[in-house]
Design a binder for this molecule. Structure first.
Ligand code: SF4
Length: 292
């Protein structure tokens, strides 16, 4: 039996950075420290943060003093304004890559271009980006939505930083048919692209693949879809205890991959569970390696 972990699995730069900023803020500042939404889609990490005195809140009315950390997804200008009005101290942990996309949307809005933003309507990054578009942004989740759009002379298109590259390409192709002059900005972040590529490569060379991460994590869901397209025997698990014998039956090569908010411990726990699920001691000893 061989267990292979996809390259770039687990926490991305932006999420790690936001976690460090939150912990540092808690150490250095007095008063309550909040995060606007969960910093990471992992209940265990959120519980640990709570224990350290960092509380996750979703509604601005839930607090009226202290420090609030903006998570890596970023927020719309309206949220900054509302926080400033309430006199709340802001610690901005928006990922610098997301900040760059926000600036791009802002610039395109000034050029009075229609901006197609490819992503999930409910995702916080998209809700933030649309706020920078000054009414020029249109959220597109799939090709069907493109078919409903009218023909236009000029448009720009960009993507949520964790978008599935394959879907983005398909949407761009559909937009070309509807637009005379289309400006394409591939804003899918490098770490996401590497993770997606590594996961699809791994899916083509293993018998079973586990995607580890929160079901509410958009990028982990995309990894699942990418792997499932190639390998039907792909399982989306939130924790190691969801792995059972049936899933591993007949598998000699098992792959693991995790999204941008999957902590390394969650992947390690899955590896341990797979190892102990094989009763024969020899099988338990076999190689664990990381993909090159
Ligand atoms: S996925 Fe990329 S853009 Fe998004 S937070 Fe992580 S590093 Fe930043």
């Amino acid at each position: 039996m061989e267990i292979i972990i996809a390259k770039n699995s687990g926490l991305c730069y932006g999420v790690k950075r936001a976690l460090n900023i939150a912990r540092e803020t808690r150490q250095k500042k007095t008063g309550n420290v909040y995060t606007l939404g969960d910093l990471i889609h992992n209940p265990q990490v959120i519980a640990d943060l709570k224990q350290q005195g960092i509380q996750s809140v979703t509604d601005l009315d839930e607090f009226d003093q202290g420090w609030v950390i903006i998570r890596s997804h970023g927020v719309s200008p309206d949220i900054y304004r509302r926080l400033q009005k309430k006199n709340i101290k802001i610690v901005d942990a928006t990922c610098p890559i997301v900040k760059k996309i926000q600036r791009l949307v802002e610039m395109l809005a000034k050029e009075k271009k229609e901006i197609i933003i490819v992503g999930n309507r409910e995702h916080p990054e998209i809700q933030g980006l649309i706020g920078y578009s000054q009414g020029k942004g249109i959220i597109v989740e799939n090709e069907d939505r493109v078919r409903q759009l009218p023909r236009k002379k000029k448009r720009a298109v960009l993507a949520q930083s964790t978008q599935d590259l394959y879907l983005f390409e398909k949407i761009v192709a559909a937009l070309i048919e509807k637009t005379e002059e289309l400006k394409v900005f591939n804003t899918i972040c490098h770490s996401t692209q590497t993770r997606q590529k590594a996961t699809s490569e791994l899916a083509s060379c293993v018998d079973t693949l586990f995607i580890v991460g929160g079901k509410n994590s958009s990028n982990t869901n995309k990894l699942f879809q990418i792997s499932k397209r190639i390998l039907p025997n792909t399982h989306f698990i939130e924790s190691a205890n969801q792995i059972n014998h049936e899933m591993l039956k007949g598998s000699k090569k098992i792959g693991l991959s995790g999204g941008a908010s999957t902590p390394p411990e969650a992947i390690q726990e899955a590896v341990d569970k797979i190892k102990t699920s094989f009763k024969h001691p020899f099988q338990r000893e076999k190689i664990i390696q990381c993909q090159r």
